[in-house]
Design a protein around this ligand. Sequence first.
Ligand code: KIV
Ligand code: ZN
Length: 388
Amino acid sequence: MTTDPNRVLIFDTTLRDGEQSPGATMTHAEKLEIAQLLDEMGVDIIEAGFPIASEGDFRAVKEISERAQNATICGLARANFKDIDRAWEAVRPAKSPRIHTFIGTSPLHRAIPNLDMDQMAERIHDTVTHARNLCDNIQWSPMDATRTEWDYLCRVIEIAIKAGATTINIPDTVGYTAPGESADLIRRLIATVPGADEVVFATHCHNDLGMATANSLAAVEGGARQIECTINGLGERAGNTALEEVVMALRVRNDIMPYSTSIDTTKIMNISRRVATVSGFAVQFNKAIVGKNAFAHESGIHQDGMLKNAETFEIMRPADVGLSETSLVMGKHSGRAALRAKLKDLGLELADNQLNDVFVRFKDLADRKKEVYDEDIVALVRQNEGAE
Ligand code: KIV
Ligand code: ZN
């Protein structure tokens, strides 16, 4: 894929982990549309679904595999031959197919299939070997890795690598880890497990404590070179790592995190809106990067600063994420400079004394109304002209 040691692969799982959030189900056509947008924006790997889960999931993964132009297409499978065969059948038409197989390795997760440590180790060996006999691009995940005993985690990762896994994903399934621990875990695994330097380590974080983005970036510092994420952070419970956050963080703070991705960031806003619409999960107003207020300013001091130099209060240009412009929201915190700029935008040039009068009327209205719209401002100017 790439030989640049600082290139971070973006693995998007909006269509698998994202779609698993209760209520976020997408139609077949919607899945194809989102997959195409992900492919066009430069995502390296698209996890298109869980083919054994339903006939619909299988069809979606297969059709996405047939259509994708650039991305590797991945299908999820539990640690059994039937799941793996079905995933292979679905991703096989892709130009670049991948099977992702997983099993829960922590004590709590081992209790579910009722396997002891040796039996689980054997299952991992057999299933990864089986998958590798079908496909030469195999991702393996020890689910709940961050709550798995250290020695056992090293042991099963070594088995998976020897059986042919090419990517080892370290899931923080319940959003339990913290940044220092996340970096340290990946760093120690790479230093300890035989064969670790021959595979890509991935990080897959959930946001239960609001640390998914920080944990993913820390994992990269520790040596992970694949981040698993979703658009808008869609995902079970509090969601997954948000693609737009990690990608923009690596771009804006490249001075201290010198890693690159292949994402065309100008496509972020459009795909964010499409995912919000088709999943029915609205984006919170103050969400980083893609929230309605992420590039909006209302306070007088901020608006004045923005009008003089946008960098005063913005660390990214709206155009970098596909927004045409910053929005100066007119409300009770807005100052005279913003009102003057807004009037100019509306084609209204007022003398200073007129501006002062309209500003008094504007403040009075803004105290009664959450947001003052362009039409309100035009009406205030007309009223003022009538009163003169
Ligand atoms: O969160 C998780 O552990 C997962 C695995 C299937 C990788 O989504
Ligand atoms: Zn997950």
